[in-house]
Ligand binder design. Sequence first.
Ligand SMILES: [Zn+2]
Ligand SMILES: [Zn+2]
Length: 215
Amino acid sequence: MKFIDRTPEELDAVFLTHEHSDHIGGVGPLVRKYSIPLYATNGTIQAGKKLGSVPVFNPIRAGETVQLNGLDIEPYTTSHDAQESVAYVIRCQNRKLGHATDMGLVTNEVREILKNSHVLLLESNHDVEMLDVGPYPWALKQRIKSNLGHLSNEACGELLTAIKHENLQRVILMHLSQTNNHPDIAHITALQALGSHTPVLSLADQAQPTELIEV
Ligand SMILES: [Zn+2]
Ligand SMILES: [Zn+2]
């Protein structure tokens, strides 16, 4: 937050997608220290023991839009090996941001809810070949490739091909594996999927924050 000139005091809320440690690590201390309301499904809270006590917990459910400071935030169900996991679509006036990470399968419902987004945050987790020949144990490889795992570069590309449209302005590839992917492969796969469409395409990095963007 410091890198992008923001402070935790400015946070109005934290929304969780699911209980895996790469998503809830540090959230407990953060929301306790700054008394930030936490929004999550009951499943995430139940399974997210590491969160500890949460000062203000607002339970959410897939399909039920939360209104917050002029934003309509709609959680939707994801196919992932977590308890009641969700991703989000955020609308404000006529603008729409679609988010899709931590899912092993892109269903019709996912394509439908992400349609007409002006900004897309999409998972491009792994290159299937790199995963296959990489160092992960067999069971973990199977987990990642399963319908409850993560989207490959190719799956991300297929999703982009299905939902790209004239008013898509920006795409950010997210949740890239440091072991089983290379940013150049993710980037070129998405570029190929976009074809003649030319939204700004960038990649989120695990080690540094993504620049602030206007939707
Ligand atoms: Zn996960
Ligand atoms: Zn994750």
